[in-house]
Design a protein around this ligand. Structure first.
Ligand code: RB5
Length: 149
């Protein structure tokens, strides 16, 4: 799978552990930055990764900031993006099965590298179940359409 990764300065170490882990599983990485330790603004990188997913350049995305909150909020402003912030694997798995999330976020100040890998594995290993869940996801998309008039 092609995975867009976006992060702020708090997440360089965690990203440094996750990228080789994902590559070892055969995934391709679209690195949306940042790659320097200088303090930066997470919405920039959340939007970049979200646009890569929206355009189809990437199949899905992973976002990391201090908590995962700010960067997921930014990504969710992009049409068609359903980003979820998770600190444990159960919600990550269900977010794919029921909500068809296309971006996973977590906090580098919240989860350690091994837990982050478990969360990523649970999310990448799950599939959207469709059915009644499709109707609900469609209702979320309807909200976007109404916002655009
Ligand atoms: C940066 O200090 C921090 O605010 C950011 O990484 C993130 O946690 C925001 O939601």
């Amino acid at each position: 799978m092609k995975i867009a990764i976006g992060n702020d300065h708090t997440a360089l170490d965690l990203k440094g552990e996750l990228v080789p882990y994902l590559k070892a599983q055969g995934h391709e990485i679209v690195d949306c930055g940042t790659n320097t330790p200088e303090s930066c603004d997470y919405p920039v990188y959340g939007e970049r990764a979200a646009l890569a997913v929206q355009s189809g350049e990437a199949d899905c995305g992973i976002l990391i900031c201090g908590t995962g909150v700010g960067i997921s909020l930014a990504a969710n402003k992009v049409d068609g993006i359903r980003a979820v912030v998770c600190s444990e694997p159960y919600s990550a798995k269900l977010s794919k099965q029921h909500n068809n999330t296309n971006i996973l976020a977590f906090g580098a100040r919240v989860v350690g590298a091994e837990l982050a890998k478990m969360i990523v594995d649970a999310w990448l290993g799950a599939e959207f179940e469709g059915g009644r869940h499709q109707r609900r996801v469609d209702l979320i998309t309807d909200i976007e359409r109404r916002q655009h008039g």
